[in-house]
Design a protein around this ligand. Structure first.
Ligand code: GLC
Length: 803
């Protein structure tokens, strides 16, 4: 079943069937002021923290309510509907609706009974409030008297849990006032006699506002129960039924902001108004509302700004391939998804309630990779931040607090850190993610100077980026297991794999092997010959250990437990083949060519499904070892033999590195949200964003996907597609072009900005190949290989590669 389409020209996903199998959402603003909105206007807003700064209430895990509701009432017929299909939910035979999720905005258009409406929701660029613009047009032949009402359900307390469960407290600290064109909510309003900088029990007055611009308020309501009416719901609120909100405020009840205005429209006439919502009191909000005195003009301008902001970023890489799914993902949706994971981390979605009080180290360092080719300096800023969360012993802080204070943080070695964050120990992989990320940034920009920047460590001291990386290697070397591979510590990438502090993970060992390849290159550039030699030795030892201990007939095993048990060996009754060690054996450069072929073929034959490759198989059930935490999940789910989407990106990359264009693209398509657009009921999640996992074949619901938007998949898939399938591989001195594509792609075109220069790349495939380079032309000159030194590039470059 299909619920919508990609409008690539306008970079919008257009939902024309609103009864989607799940709320399909968009992200507005940033965590400074964040708003999540579904195609039926469900969702919530917060300032700074999803858990502690919650402004709009949303009931998780329910039926996508409440939301940013706008009601339209015909005052003559007394019929009413909403600007989004829900919450009123008119019969879809009479009610025409469209929801367009765009870059930083969502637009709902509706047509009902001769009235058309357009609600545009957005957070103005860099601002910390939200706008709900509403334009209503009378398409009928007679004059229409309408009441337009906006409804925002405030939380009674910024903390999500306090608001939801500590009612004996949170109901009695909130009240609303009405002034002029606004409902002002006050939390702890009784503290208004306190000087601004004083608190009682760390509390002071907090204010939020919901205001109307472009029309006069005809009635208002600040009390949820009054607005809805007992035994009514969002679909038939008493205040809308009656056409009069009753002019009530709230005191010791649930607060809300509801504002109505009455308008009269002649045939063909149009009217635009705007509701504004944010934090702050009457003085601040009045200034903001004054800015929307001509709402139409202001909204137009602000929408333009948002589009410009996003389009400029996406324009740094544009592809035109024979696959519309690939094009839409790379040019728009995967890119946008990458920025959302980069900016929002795992802060807030309809699954993440915002309770994580910091950035996961590994997640964040990986998220950065997805935007390096589009916004390298934004990436560098975050890399600096993450380096400042590296402990001076070289390990990463598993969780970097939102209040992170470089140089002054406690670490997993301190009881206080463990208590604060719930992270009991270092993880083996955290700091190792820095290597591919820093390398990609330097290769993209050529900015080797970055290695000299001084950055503090999390706990004490500061050092150059180069030294930070050396310490990460030292950390792994200081924590080797009994076989000489990096010890498992608390966990590796897989949250559900506890090999024991002295267990050993092949995945981490491969990451470590790769880290040394990267660092060797940096060391060579710096003529740090002694260190190069040291790394060569260590890398050889690590490589030899992995080969000797982890290769088992036709696969790399997953590792060793502390007790010396082999995990993921061919003869194991459960979990005898794991995906990540096979793909990472290739990505890390460790696997020999034959090994790579064998391991990847094995994956294709044993782990692949219609929806992607299983993380491991068979699932754990009766034979789980002590640290096999995955067994807590149903079979075919998440780490227990689910199709873990993040790993699909690595698989795409590994296949492409081996020149297997067909398989790389097959894996891309199996997992690509856009590729499931016509069967969206199966996947359930938005067809324009990745999810954390898809249920595997051990589940009755194979193909159903979960945990939308905020997933490491966005960045691994982006890297898999750009470096892998498109084969754009910058290094320290230039760029290799090594596409790996389906045989039937005869031609593709890429526009890429690279180190201040523009590349127009035409890839021709006259012989139906899936990889290779017959000939590479740069500005009319034939190159000797598929490599272009950066020094050969002019401002604009015509590049032609024949496969
Ligand atoms: C989740 C976690 C991530 C972890 C992955 C695999 O996506 O956010 O940190 O690596 O699961 O367990």
């Amino acid at each position: 079943m299909k619920y919508g389409n990609f409008d690539d020209t306008n970079r919008e996903y257009v939902i024309d069937r609103p009864d989607t199998p799940a709320p399909w959402v968009n992200y507005l603003g940033s965590p400074e002021y964040g708003a999540i909105i579904s195609n039926n206007a469900g969702g919530y807003s917060f300032a700074r923290s999803g858990a502690n700064g919650r402004i709009l209430r949303y009931i998780f895990n329910s039926f996508d309510q409440p939301g940013r509701y706008i009601y339209i009432r015909d005052d003559d017929s007394r019929d009413y509907w909403s600007a989004s299909w829900q919450p009123v939910g008119k019969d879809l035979n009479n009610y025409k609706s469209k929801c367009c999720h765009g870059m930083g905005y969502t637009r709902m258009t509706a047509g009902y009974d001769g009235i058309s409406s357009e609600a545009l929701y957005y957070v103005p660029l860099g601002k910390s409030y939200e706008v709900w613009g509403l334009t209503v047009t009378n398409d009928s032949a007679h004059v229409r008297n309408l009441t337009l009402s906006g409804y925002a359900e405030f939380t009674n307390h910024g903390n999500y849990e306090q608001d939801q469960v500590n009612l004996q407290y949170s109901l009695f600290i909130t009240r609303t006032l009405f002034k002029q064109n606004q409902i002002i909510q006050q939390i702890h309003g009784n503290l208004d006699a306190l000087p601004e900088d004083e608190t009682v029990d760390e509390k002071n007055v907090t204010e939020r506002f919901f205001g109307l611009a472009g029309a006069c308020v005809s009635s208002y309501c600040g009390d949820r129960e009054q607005f809805l009416g007992r035994y009514h719901g969002y679909g038939n609120p008493q205040g809308i039924l009656s056409g009069d909100l009753g002019n009530m405020t709230s005191y010791n009840e649930n607060s809300c902001g509801a504002l109505s205005c009455s308008i009269t429209l002649a045939p063909g006439e149009t009217k635009t108004i705007a509701f504004l919502l944010g934090t702050g009191g009457f003085t601040e909000s009045s200034v903001l509302l004054d800015g929307y005195a001509d709402p139409e003009e202001m909204i137009k301008q602000e929408l333009q700004e948002l589009k410009k902001y996003w389009y400029e970023k996406f324009d740094h890489l544009k592809v035109n391939t024979p696959s519309s799914e690939f094009n839409t993902m790379i040019n728009t949706w995967n890119a946008y998804n990458c920025f959302m994971t980069f900016i929002w981390s795992r802060a807030a979605s309809f699954i993440y309630c915002g309770l994580r009080n910091g950035y996961g180290y590994r997640d964040t360092v990986q998220d950065i990779q997805g935007i390096i080719h589009l916004a390298p300096e934004m990436a560098a800023e975050k890399i600096r931040f993450m380096l400042s969360a590296q402990v001076s012993n070289g390990g990463g802080l598993p969780l970097v607090k939102f209040t992170h204070n470089p140089g002054h943080e406690d670490t997993p070695d301190d009881a206080s850190y463990r208590q604060d964050t719930g992270h009991p120990a270092y993880r083996a992989d955290d700091a190792l993610w820095l290597f591919p990320t820093v390398y990609k940034y330097i290769a993209e920009t050529g900015n080797l100077e970055f290695l000299n920047e001084t950055i503090p460590f999390a706990d004490k001291e500061k050092a150059s980026v180069y030294e930070h990386l050396k310490r990460a290697v030292a950390f792994s070397l200081a924590h080797l297991g009994p076989h000489g591979m990096p010890a498992g510590l608390y966990a590796d990438w897989n949250d559900c794999l506890r090999l024991g502090a002295d267990g050993e993970s092949s995945f981490v060992a491969m990451q470590f092997y790769y880290a040394m390849t990267v660092l060797k290159q940096f060391a060579k550039c710096r003529n740090d010959a002694e260190y190069v030699k040291y790394l060569e030795e260590k890398q050889e030892e690590t490589g030899a250990a992995i080969q000797k201990l982890c290769w088992d007939q036709d696969r790399f095993i997953r590792g060793y437990t502390e007790a010396g048990e082999r995990i993921g060996a061919a003869g194991d009754p459960e979990a005898n083949l794991w995906l990540n060690p096979q793909s990472w054996a290739v990505i890390s450069g460790l696997a020999g060519a034959e090994q790579a072929e064998t391991a990847l073929t094995n994956v294709y034959e044993q782990l692949n499904t219609e929806y992607g490759a299983l993380l491991m198989n068979p699932p754990y059930h009766t034979d789980a070892f002590d640290g096999a935490l995955a067994v807590i999940y149903n079979q075919g789910t998440k780490e227990n033999s689910g199709i873990f989407s993040q790993s699909q990106g690595w698989l795409v990359l590994a296949e492409a590195l081996c020149g297997h264009g067909e398989r790389a693209f097959t894996y891309f398509m199996e997992n690509a949200p856009a590729a499931w657009n016509d069967q969206a009921e199966l996947r359930r999640l938005e067809p324009y964003c990745y999810g954390q996992f898809t249920e595997g074949n051990a589940s009755e619901h194979q193909g159903r996907s979960h945990v939308h938007w905020l997933t490491g998949t966005a960045s691994t898939m982006m890297v898999g597609c750009v470096e892998g399938i498109l084969g754009l591989r910058p290094d320290l001195n230039g760029i290799t072009l090594s596409p790996a594509i389906p045989k039937d792609w005869t031609c593709l075109e890429i526009e890429k900005d690279f180190r201040g220069k523009h590349l127009h790349i035409l890839i021709e495939n006259p012989n139906g190949r899936e990889a290779g380079c017959e000939k590479l032309m740069l500005n009319g000159n034939e190159m000797t290989s598929n490599y272009i030194p950066a020094s050969f590039l002019t401002d604009t470059n015509e590049i032609r590669l024949i496969l």
